[in-house]
Design a protein around this ligand. Structure first.
Ligand code: GAL
Length: 712
């Protein structure tokens, strides 16, 4: 393992492991030792080849400062190893022991209200703290050296879901590290004052040691430049914290693979050192957990969205934690997968780029803050349908691994993603607007429902395999990206820019040129004359949105229609209502207007445009997506861009993706509903999950059924 450490970060990269890793996170420290042998036997019978251990066990590994005790894990690793199961060890830094926080209370995170976090849950320590970093290096080194020659320890996970519980800290350590970071970045305080706009509200500083941390509502809003740099700092210090550990692990045993299990995705720059330090990323997926469920209303789509976003960071990944059952912490819980659904969800992960997968967790705990986070074996030690499904999945992956590994996930429609600066720039000044990702979700769902190969990709990645690239409102635009997208269009691609792209510089200042800025105005043939805010589709009016973003007053009555100032537009033969934002455009002569505003003072003015560039075209959209607009736009553009579904007329409840390389094309088809599905128009091939049976045209899947069709 570990040839690809310095490989360029790309959405097309496969994971380079010697097998499809399949197993479970396992906590021998939660289980009486009399169970261990049988646990290992059952795992081996299920076809597991890997477990992950020790991410919360620092207090066992180092019961007091400098006294290490690896016995428990040594025995657990040996028993599992004797049944052919390897171990991924974790650095246990998500849960520093109590003796450490007693000795060094200054390493605790502090929240925005000045409240220090306490011992008793997890991620309570500040990854920016030099003292905490020193202890993190110490435990990592001790563990790495102890396991250096243990052939059963094959790789490492750093920490656990860094920043998922709380990325921010307002501690003294964070403040002084932030000041050092800024001094390194700006050299002189004048440069910082310029970047943050020090002449606005007297926010200028005389020296770096006067700089404060940005506190929202303290009493009102800090400057967008200040907030942007704070989050850049958090991402920098998170990557630095991880780098400390990676450096040690690599030096001790270069054959280990090293990854991190991403969770909340906050304050991590996926295209930066955080990812280049790793062999691949891991992504924990709990499809029935996320908030998007309320908005999207379908957990299969939520899973697809999260995994596609993750693949956009650096390509294929492993899933170190895949939801297997009901899960909860005291304040929330998930839905419960039905029989057959756990395997279906795991297959959907593979379909979208998982090159390894572990079911969370082998056994549920009988104590602690996750007593009802169920696993493969139940509390009463009985293996039931989840065990059978895990076994079936592991057997299938073993049989298919040579076909699956080494393939990438096809993407015809790309959505610009994975850009830390743009993600943060939105958050520094959201005014109740959807984030770039929230806007793009509509296009992702449109493609998902129709079986169109879609995913997220950064403009600096290899775009040559795409047919269309949608750029949601990325306010921070780099000139070199314009050149890349121009070449993509010249070679036949379609680029779609949405409103507000390119309107701020890297300091988060609004640009001085007419939007969308010199290079994009030239490429699109469009200039933005004026803009304004609209309410969300179907919403009462703007105040509703503002209440969420800033605690402002909600008017008691629904405003009359004339006061809501809805904007409509015509595209093709439809007239639709715009949502969130509008721009009034002026266009160059060589630009075709594909939609016009159709009411109020802007009636007849361009709303969306298309300009021919080489063999392809560049489209500009003077608004944000709505479901109606997404449909109208896709109908207008997809035909010309030669974008077609992987399977025509896909029935509701069925998802399809393609994993492929030069030698093979595998169609992954999953039925995410509990009733049988009949799919027509499946291209000819053999179903690898059904003893190689030939498929040509029709395919029947039972409820939660799956097929992997290798195309002829
Ligand atoms: C993950 C976390 C696990 C466990 C799981 C279920 O986010 O990494 O340790 O807590 O969720 O809550």
């Amino acid at each position: 393992m570990s040839e690809n450490k310095s490989a360029k970060i790309s959405a097309w990269n496969p994971v380079n492991t010697d097998r499809f890793l399949v197993g479970a996170p396992h906590y021998p420290e939660h289980v009486d030792e009399s169970y261990w042998e049988r646990d290992a036997e059952r795992m081996a019978k299920a076809g597991f080849n890997i477990v992950r251990m020790a991410e919360f066990a620092w207090h066992i590994l180092e019961p007091e400062l400098g006294r290490f005790d690896f016995e428990l894990f040594d025995r657990a690793i040996a028993i599992l190893g004797s049944h052919g199961i390897d171990t991924i060890m974790c650095t246990p830094t998500a849960t520093p022991p109590r003796w450490l926080t007693v000795a060094h209370p200054e390493i605790l995170r502090v929240d925005g209200k000045g409240r220090p976090m306490s011992h008793g849950s997890r991620q309570h320590c500040d990854t920016a703290s030099p003292v905490f970093r020193e202890h993190s290096r110490r435990i990592t080194k001790a563990m790495a050296e102890h396991y250096r020659d243990n052939p059963r320890v094959v790789g490492w996970q750093t920490d656990n879901e860094l920043n998922t519980s709380m990325p921010e800290s307002f501690s003294k350590a964070t403040l002084s590290e932030f000041q050092l970071f800024l001094a390194g970045k700006y050299s002189t305080i004048d440069r910082l004052n310029h970047a943050w706009g020090g002449d606005f509200w007297a926010t200028a500083y005389q020296s770096f040691d006067q700089v404060v941390l940005p506190i929202e509502f303290g009493p009102t809003f800090p400057s967008p430049g200040h907030v942007q740099d704070y989050h850049r700092f958090l991402a920098f210090s998170t990557a630095r914290f991880q780098h400390d550990q990676v450096e040690i692990l690599r030096a001790v045993n270069p054959s280990w693979f090293v990854f991190h299990n991403l969770g909340g995705l906050r304050d991590i720059d996926f295209r930066g050192q955080f990812t280049t330090d790793l062999d691949f990323v891991g992504y924990d997926i709990y499809p029935m957990l996320y908030d998007e469920f309320q908005r999207i209303g379908n957990h299969a789509k939520v899973q697809a969205l999260h995994l596609d976003i993750c693949r956009g960071f650096s390509g294929n990944y492993i899933v170190p934690e895949q939801q297997s059952s009901f899960g909860s912490q005291p304040g929330f819980c998930t839905l419960t997968p039905e029989p057959g659904e756990m395997r279906r969800m795991a297959m959907s992960s593979v379909a979208r780029g998982a090159d390894g997968l572990m079911f969370f967790r082998w056994r549920p705990a009988h104590f602690g803050a996750e007593i009802y986070w169920m696993g493969i074996i139940d509390h009463d030690d009985v293996p039931r349908h989840r065990y059978d499904e895990a076994k079936r999945f592991a057997t299938e992956m073993k049989a298919l691994q040579d076909k699956i590994l080494g393939t990438y996930v096809r993407m015809d429609v790309g959505i610009a993603g994975s850009d830390f600066d743009n993600q943060e720039a939105h958050k520094t000044y959201p005014i109740g607007l959807p984030s770039p990702q929230d806007d793009a979700v509509l296009l992702h769902q449109y493609c998902y429902d129709r079986g169109i190969a879609c995913g997220f990709i950064h403009p600096e990645d290899d775009l040559s395999k795409l047919k269309l690239l949608y750029v949601p409102h990325w306010v921070m635009w780099k000139g070199e990206w314009t050149e890349r997208l121009k070449s993509f269009a010249e070679a036949g691609g379609t680029v779609v820019f949405a409103a507000r792209t390119g309107t701020r510089d890297e300091n988060n200042h609004v640009i001085r040129q007419t939007a969308p800025g010199t290079s994009l105005a030239k490429l699109t043939g469009v200039r933005v004359e004026d803009f304004g805010r609209l309410s969300a589709p179907g919403a009462m009016g703007l105040f509703e949105v503002m209440e969420r973003s800033g605690g402002l007053v909600v008017p008691p009555n629904r405003p009359a229609e004339s006061h809501r100032r809805e904007r409509r537009f015509k595209i093709g033969n439809r007239e639709l209502t715009a949502g969130y934002f509008y721009e009034n455009l002026i266009v160059d002569d060589d630009v075709e207007v594909i939609a016009v505003w159709s009411n109020r003072y802007a009636e007849g003015r361009p709303m969306a445009t298309s300009r021919k560039v080489g063999e392809g075209r560049v489209v500009y959209l003077g608004t944000y997506l709505t479901p109606d607009l997404t449909e109208a736009l896709s109908e207008r553009l997809f035909g010309d861009a030669r974008i077609e579904p992987l399977i025509a007329d896909l029935p509701e409840g069925v998802e399809v993706t393609m994993r492929m390389n030069e030698d093979r094309r595998l169609l992954f088809i999953q039925n995410y509903l509990d009733k049988p599905a009949r799919i027509s128009h499946v291209p000819a091939g053999i179903n690898l999950l059904d003893a190689g049976k030939e498929v040509d045209g029709a395919l029947a899947l039972e409820g939660y059924g799956c097929a992997v069709v290798q195309l002829s």
